[in-house]
Ligand binder design. Structure first.
Ligand code: ACO
Length: 345
C-alpha cells in the first residue's frame, strides 16, 4: 500500500457540489497478438538499426496481429479478460465504448462487432476517435453515463491494429507502432472514489502534423491515393514530440491541481507509451521518480488508443497498483489531442 496517499486530497467533483455518484474502474484486462516483430526483424526491412531504435525511442519489439485478426478480435479478447477479472457477465454490460483509429471498417462500429463477439446482448455500443488519447477520452465519456445513473456497467476498450496504417518502407514511422487492446469495466462502487479528476484537450490546428491523409471523405480511396501511399501514417516526429511533452505535462498538472495532490502522493504514473524520451521528459517535469513511472513500450511500441489501457492492465496484474492507490494516467495523440486522469484505484 502506498503510504503517501494517506495525506488528504480533494475529490474535485465533491468540491464543486457534483451530485452524481462516483465511477470506479472495477477491473481491467489486455490482449496482444502472439506475433512479435523485433528491431532485428526491422533491420532486414528498412535502413535502420536496433541501436538507433532503442536510443531514440526505447522500443525493442512490438506485437503484430495476424492478417485475419481484426481490431474487434483484439478488443473482444481484452474485454472478456476485463469482465472475467471483475466477475461481471457480458449480459450485465449496458454500454460498450471502443476507442480506435483502426476500426474493422467504416461501419458498423467496432463496438457493435465487439458486442456480438462477447455476447453483450443488452449493451448499446459506439466508437470514439481521439487517436492515442482515445482511452482516457472514452473513460471520461463512460464516467458520465455512470455518474448520471444512465447506466450501471460500462465497458471501455482501447484497441488498435495500427500496423495496418504503417508504411513498412518508411523508417521514420514503421519502427514505432504495434497492435493490441486493453479494456476497463466501469461501475459505481461505494468502497472507492474511482475517477477523481479528468481533463481532455485538443488542438485541431495541428491536425496535419500527424495524420493518415486518405480513406475518408477528404480523399476517398482511389488508385491514385493508394499509389501515393496516402493511406499510411504521416508524422512530423519532432513537432509531435515537442507537443506531446508540453501537453501531457499540462494535462497532468491540471488534474493533480484539481485534486490538491502532490506528485509524491501518486503511486503509479501511467503515460502514453510512444517514446521513452517523451516519458522521461514529462516524468522529470512533473517531479516523478523513475520508479513511479510505468513503462512497457520496450515490449509493445506505440499501440495508440490501446497503449495506456494495456499498461494499466499490466501494472495491476504485476501488483504495481493496489486497491486504494492513487494513479495518474496521461495521453497524447493525433488531432492533436491530449488527456489526463487521476484515479483512486
Ligand atoms: N532508423 C535510422 N534512422 C532513422 C530512423 C530509423 N528508424 N528514423 C529516422 N531516422 C533518421 C532520420 O532520417 C534523420 O536522419 P537525417 O538527420 O540524416 O535526416 C535522423 O534519424 C534523425 O531523425 P529525427 O526525426 O530528428 O529523430 P528524432 O530524434 O526526432 O526521433 C522520433 C524521431 C522517434 C519519431 C521522435 O521524433 C518521436 O518519437 N516523435 C513523437 C512520436 C509520438 O509521440 N507519437 C505519438 C502519437 S502517435 C499517434 O497518435 C498515432
Amino acid at each position: 500500500m502506498n503510504s503517501s496517499h494517506r495525506r488528504p486530497f480533494t475529490n474535485p467533483r465533491a468540491r464543486h457540489g457534483f451530485l452524481g455518484r462516483s465511477c470506479s474502474i472495477v477491473s481491467v484486462g489486455a490482449y496482444v497478438p502472439d506475433k512479435i516483430l523485433t528491431n532485428a526483424d526491422l533491420e532486414r526491412m528498412v535502413d535502420t538499426s536496433d541501436e538507433w531504435i532503442i536510443t531514440r525511442t526505447g522500443i525493442r519489439e512490438r506485437h503484430v496481429a495476424a492478417p485475419n485478426e481484426t481490431t474487434s478480435d483484439l478488443a473482444a479478447k481484452a474485454a472478456l479478460r476485463a469482465l472475467e477479472n471483475g466477475g461481471v457477465r457480458p449480459d450485465e454490460v449496458d454500454l460498450i465504448i471502443v476507442a480506435t483509429v483502426t476500426p474493422d471498417m467504416p461501419f458498423p462500429s467496432t463496438a457493435c462487432l465487439v458486442q456480438q463477439k462477447i455476447g453483450a446482448t443488452r449493451a448499446a455500443a459506439f466508437d470514439i476517435e481521439a487517436a492515442c488519447s482515445g482511452f482516457i477520452y472514452a473513460l471520461e465519456i463512460g464516467q458520465q453515463f455512470i455518474q448520471s445513473r444512465t447506466y450501471d456497467t460500462v465497458l471501455v476498450v482501447g484497441a488498435e491494429k495500427l500496423t495496418t496504417l504503417v508504411d513498412w518502407s518508411d523508417r521514420n514511422t514503421c519502427v514505432l507502432f504495434g497492435d493490441g487492446a486493453g479494456a476497463a469495466v466501469l461501475q459505481s462502487r461505494a468502497d472507492s472514489h474511482g475517477l477523481l479528476a479528468t481533463y481532455m484537450g485538443a488542438d485541431g490546428s495541428k491536425g496535419s502534423v500527424l495524420c493518415v491523409p486518405a480513406g475518408g471523405s477528404a480523399i476517398p480511396a482511389s488508385a491514385a491515393s493508394v499509389q501515393q501511399r496516402q493511406h499510411f501514417i504521416r508524422m512530423d516526429g519532432k513537432e509531435t514530440f515537442k507537443n506531446a511533452v508540453q501537453s501531457m505535462h499540462a494535462a497532468a498538472t491540471e488534474v493533480l491541481r484539481q485534486c490538491g495532490l502532490d506528485i509524491k502522493q501518486i503511486k503509479c504514473v501511467i503515460p502514453h507509451q510512444a517514446n521513452r524520451r517523451i516519458i522521461d521528459a514529462v516524468g522529470e517535469r512533473l517531479g516523478a521518480t523513475p520508479d513511479q513511472v510505468y513503462v512497457n513500450l520496450d515490449r509493445f511500441g506505440n499501440t495508440s488508443a490501446a497503449s495506456v489501457a494495456i499498461a494499466l492492465a499490466e501494472a495491476v496484474e504485476r501488483g504495481r497498483i493496489q486497491r486504494g492507490d492513487l494513479i495518474l494516467l496521461m495521453v497524447f495523440g493525433a488531432g492533436f489531442t491530449w488527456a489526463a486522469a487521476v484515479v483512486e484505484w
